[in-house]
Ligand binder design. Structure first.
Ligand code: CTP
Length: 401
């Protein structure tokens, strides 16, 4: 479930070579549940056929201000009014110049003039054009006027030049369009999230660990980022792409996780400790690969530091600490004990018995315990939706102070 679900997005396509990527962007926006209407400039039509966008969007494509198919509507005003958000990709130097200087002389620039919803501009052109004073000046103007600018990628361009100017990947742009529409209720908050398992080596080739996939922690980091926070994600080894616009610190052991968290604690407003930290590490860790021998092998385990408890001792007024608890029984009793002993403000507890194992799943069922509020027993739900509810509860704690 995406924040674009059921939203109307207008996709503006101007005449650059990257216009073919806009077809993929249209699909990426639709995959997030958006209803997409396409507006094309005359030059864009020379790169990609209008029929392609019409067939995929299931709406007629708007290309000509002087051609109104439905007399009861003025199309550029109608589109501007129904848009929850607009993205122009690719945005050529020409359309950037027009919008920055208030020129409205074609379908796209005329529609943009009337839009009240947030607009994202994705410049894509030759590097020298992109770096020109005129384009940079126009982009600065657009930024000051409240437009969201997505920097182009660097790479080998159609004009045989290598440098900035490439349209970023459609899935990235779609993600940023989603972020643009999300409420920014964590703006400027500094958040530290830990996720995934820790891995404790036995020898150079073997380790002990647990089944944590990292999905819940990554969804929480993504939700914070989209809601405006500056996020650091300290992550154990997982098979998930790093979230956009987030500082990702990769670690393996609990000791490393503690160190990286300690280094970053100073200015943190909120810490959410989702990681499934291994409680024990190997005391007699071997420097070389342990050879097979008869009679078995004894491993001596020693306790790992309790990271959140250690950090909790340094907790400053105003900081919010959130922990997770995985329990196979006595959920409430164990969760409340951890809330107290680890000096937490909130604990998200899930029962991992039987079919309810959250490990690796797309869904999770939890109960949220706080110090002052009644427990929230939530239904089984998608981890992305749950992440937003957890963030809502964190806001409640903040507002309660
Ligand atoms: N935690 C931690 N450091 C550890 C162990 C746990 O910071 N060495 C954090 C987890 O990230 C989580 C919370 O403490 O936010 C609870 O983790 P959990 O494994 O449920 O609890 P434990 O304290 O390890 O207790 P037990 O395993 O006995 O249930």
């Amino acid at each position: 479930m995406s924040d674009l679900n059921g939203r109307v997005i207008v996709l503006g396509v101007s005449g650059g070579i990257a216009a073919y990527k806009s077809v993929e962007l249209l699909r990426a926006l639709q995959k997030k549940g958006a209803d997409v209407f396409v507006v094309m400039t005359e030059n864009a039509l020379k790169f990609v056929g209008e029929l392609t966008f019409q067939a995929i969007s299931k709406h007629s494509v708007y290309t000509d201000v002087m051609k109104e198919d439905t007399p009861d509507k003025i199309r550029h005003i109608d589109l501007a009014e129904k848009a929850d958000g607009v993205v122009i990709a690719p945005a050529t130097a020409n359309i950037i110049g027009k919008i920055a200087n208030g020129i409205a002389d074609d379908a796209l620039s005329t529609m943009i003039m009337a839009v009240k919803a947030p607009v994202m501009i994705c410049p894509a052109m030759n590097s020298w054009m992109y770096e020109s004073r005129a384009v940079q000046r126009n982009l600065d103007t657009l930024s000051e006027d409240g437009f969201h600018i997505i920097d182009p990628d660097e790479g080998y361009l159609a004009c045989n030049v290598t440098g900035p100017g490439r349209l970023p990947e459609p899935y990235y742009i779609a993600d940023r369009v989603e972020a643009m529409l999300v409420r920014k209720d964590f703006k400027e908050k500094k958040v530290l999230v830990t996720a995934g398992p820790t891995v404790e080596p036995i020898d150079p080739v073997r380790f002990i660990s647990n089944h944590s996939s990292g999905k819940m922690g990554y969804k929480i980091a993504e939700a914070f980022e989209k809601r405006g926070a500056k996020v650091t994600l300290v992550s154990g080894p997982v098979a998930i792409d790093p979230p956009y616009n987030t500082e990702v610190v990769n670690i393996k052991t609990a000791d490393e996780m503690l160190l990286k968290c300690q280094e970053r604690m100073e200015n943190i407003d909120i810490i959410v400790k989702v990681a499934a930290v291994a409680d024990y590490k190997i005391k007699n860790r071997a420097e070389h690969k342990i050879k097979k021998s008869e009679g078995g092998l004894d491993l001596v385990l020693e306790e790992n530091p309790d990271i959140i408890k250690t950090l909790g001792k340094l907790k400053k007024p105003g900081q919010i600490f959130v922990g997770f608890a995985a329990e196979t029984r006595d959920l409430e009793q164990n969760a409340l004990k951890k809330l107290e002993s680890k000096n937490l403000d909130m604990i998200v507890a899930n029962e991992i018995s039987g079919k309810n194992s959250a490990f690796g799943a797309e869904e999770n069922k939890v109960t949220i315990f706080t110090k002052n509020m009644a427990p929230k027993i939530l239904d089984m739900m998608d981890k992305k939706v749950l992440a937003d509810l957890i963030l809502d509860s964190i806001l409640e704690i903040e507002n309660d102070r």
